[in-house]
Design a protein around this ligand. Structure first.
Ligand code: WTA
Length: 651
């Protein structure tokens, strides 16, 4: 860290006494949780409405498979909708939808409840029942939320697939979950133009490749021409014909709620499974306390897409369980103009903003002149998620966006944890730029060394979670062994998150990033193995190694090293290898996985046991002096790579 960065990260920002005195989450939460962790969680769970109250808080007898609130019964959608209407808040706005082209729509809790009831009837009429899987592949439009809640309402299981993923990625995920229904749209608006979605579903399903799928519900969003198959049904036709009467049935607390695929260290994405009662408890608890929510007056906006866990917990479930009013924005930050986000904040009077460091860094780069043109004075709490936030970006976020007065909550969590685990409480914690600080009340974590001993004196170690928590993943869909292997085998009885961390002299936690072969690009998780397997799927490529190189804007960027097949070298070198292979990865996985660079090399650095030494490739990708090569099977390989790259092989 530079001296300047050091100076920034040693600043402290205590809450003002005004903020502290009215804060939703008070210091007493830490004491309550410490005194009796399980009864603390039971109290949080009891803020939901249970059709049948639970008597047992945690069953950990079959560890690491947890059961929370196990004999209780509830309906997740009822808790997010009907409950608020019945409490007299039906006229409160749930969703303020802003389309990218500027079209708008407003849903009160009453209107949203009716829409979800209808959608639940549509699904039931299509033969979907409790436990069935429904794949959702939609833009950020109200129908995405309506679909998720309707699936939850009938006890079915959704698997939302990010709209930026390719047909191939869709196909793998639909088949892994054996989804019987797919909900999609003709397209959505992104970067100033209509972007099609339905063709990817058609491609994924073509030739009977997804045999479990019986129907495809299609939302009309852009009105562009699309192909039509016998199993396709227009969403608006089905909704118009559906009854708006629907009684929410109670399901067990451990009823599966959703599967969300995320990248792991191997080539196939993992279907992370979350269930109902514990998940909703922690999503609501964290949303309320971390963001200091005042549901009657706040206008909350989380910029994440529902295709990611942040969109599940902090667009769909947390805010709606808490009866919040939120903005739902369809598009990108810079369309149709660079001030689009700030315009949205001014227009709706957004008070709480939750976004990712990569977005903040790109706004920093374009300069404060743009946000300065808008009135952002309504903001009072700012959140950050997805990757470590560098202290400079933290201070810029606070000063330029937050007018120097808003607390920033840097929230660490994962798809697997379901909800926020580490974060300051904005009315309690004295903030430190760049540090996620401390586990939330009810959460117990430790930074351990290789021998499972707590690290000392600011040394780096592994970030672990030492006790089960309500919104923890319940497993990997269809693969219990992989669940144990991936999270519970590194340390006995302790959850290993895959991140490195250190504790400073105040006991505050600094997340150092992934210690496994998972990259974090613009706050999105990508696996090196998944991209490597896409690359070797191309006829030109014999071998591939992928690394995450540090990148000023996106945190990390994908850099690929490939060895060409002898038979294809001439063809590849005559074409634009870099572009062809980058496009290939986009097509196979999605644009987010597109490498920044593809370097053609004649060898890859390997240990004697054949393991690729990514550390050395990272040195090359980051233009650094190459580190220790003594463990290489052939130490001349790095010279070969460097000389080949230096001899003008274009990147
Ligand atoms: C990283 C996103 C530092 C981390 C919610 C984690 C963070 C991975 C932070 C999970 C943060 C997330 N500070 N790193 N505040 N938040 N990460 O599953 O490496 O998409 O393991 O969940 O993102 O990514 P995922």
């Amino acid at each position: 860290m530079s001296n300047q960065a050091d100076a920034v990260s040693s600043r402290r920002y205590p809450p003002t006494s005004e903020f502290a005195s009215q804060a939703t989450g008070q210091a007493s939460l830490y004491e309550e949780a410490k005194a009796d962790r399980l009864s603390f969680w039971a109290d949080q769970a009891n803020q939901l409405e249970w059709h049948k109250p639970f008597t047992k808080t945690l069953d950990w007898s079959n560890a690491p498979f947890a059961q929370w609130f196990t004999d209780g019964e509830l309906n997740v959608a009822y808790n997010c909708l009907d409950r608020h209407v019945l409490a007299g808040n039906g006229d409160r706005i749930a969703l303020l939808f802003e389309g990218e082209p500027g079209d708008t729509d407003t849903y009160t809790y009453r209107v949203l409840t009716t829409a979800v009831k209808k959608a639940a009837n549509v699904m039931t009429d299509l033969g979907i029942s409790a436990g069935d899987r429904v794949a959702i592949y939609l833009p950020m439009i109200p129908e995405a939320i309506i679909s998720m809640l309707a699936v939850a309402r009938i006890g079915a299981i959704h698997s939302v697939i990010f709209g930026g993923f390719s047909a191939e990625a869709l196909h793998t995920r639909i088949n892994d979950a054996k989804a019987s229904l797919v909900i999609t749209a003709d397209g959505g608006y992104r970067k100033g133009k209509a972007s099609a979605l339905k063709p990817a579903v058609d491609d994924a399903l073509a030739g009977g490749h997804c045999p479990s799928v019986e129907n495809v519900l299609v939302v009309k969003r852009t009105g562009e021409a699309i192909g039509w198959n016998a199993h396709d049904i227009w969403w608006h036709d089905a909704m118009a014909a559906a009854s708006d009467e629907h009684t929410a049935e109670a399901f067990p607390a451990e009823q599966p709620l959703f599967i969300l695929y995320t990248s792991g260290t191997t080539g196939t994405p993992k279907g992370i499974l979350h269930t109902s009662g514990g998940y909703l408890t922690q999503a609501a608890y964290t949303h309320r306390n971390v963001f200091d929510l005042k549901p009657e007056t706040d206008v909350y906006w989380c910029t994440a897409d529902v295709g990611w866990i942040t969109g599940h917990s902090y667009v769909a479930y947390g805010p709606l369980a808490n009866g919040a009013t939120q903005v739902l924005y369809e598009g990108t930050p810079d369309a149709p103009h660079a001030g689009r986000w700030w315009e949205v904040i001014e227009k709706y009077g957004v008070t709480i903003l939750y976004t990712a460091p990569t977005a903040i860094r790109s706004f920093m780069k374009t300069g404060r002149e743009i946000p300065d043109q808008f009135n952002l004075s309504s903001l009072r709490v700012l959140g950050s998620v997805g990757e470590p936030i560098n202290p400079e970006a933290w201070v810029w976020y606070r000063d330029v966006i937050g007018g120097g007065k808003c607390p920033i909550v840097d929230t660490w969590w994962q798809t697997e944890t379901g909800a926020i685990m580490i974060s300051p409480l904005p009315g309690v914690t004295s903030l430190k730029p760049g540090s996620a600080q401390i586990p939330l009340p009810g959460i117990t974590m430790a930074v351990l060394d290789d021998d499972a001993k707590p690290v000392q004196d600011g040394a780096a170690g592994y970030l672990t979670i030492t006790e089960p928590w309500p919104s923890m993943l319940r497993g990997i869909w269809g693969n219990p062994d992989r669940y144990i292997e991936a999270y519970w085998s590194r340390f006995e009885g302790i959850y290993f998150a895959g991140d490195g961390a250190k504790l400073d002299e105040d006991g505050d936690l600094w997340v150092l990033g992934r210690v496994d072969d998972v990259m974090n690009v613009s706050g999105h998780r990508l696996s090196t193995a998944e991209i490597e397997s896409a690359l070797v799927g191309h006829p030109w490529v014999a071998e591939a190694a992928v690394v995450g190189a540090s990148d000023e804007l996106t945190g990390q960027a994908v850099v690929a090293f490939v060895i060409l097949r002898h038979s294809h070298v001439a063809e590849a070198e005559a074409g634009d290898v870099n572009k062809v292979l980058r496009d290939h990865v986009s097509k196979e996985i999605g644009a987010i996985a597109r490498p920044r660079q593809v370097m053609v090399v004649s060898e890859l650095p390997k240990t004697r046991s054949g393991k690729i030494m990514r550390r050395l490739l990272r040195d090359v990708a980051e233009n650094r002096e190459i580190g220790d090569v003594t463990t290489l099977a052939d130490s001349s390989v790095m010279n070969l790579i460097s000389s080949k790259l230096a001899s003008g092989a274009k990147d």
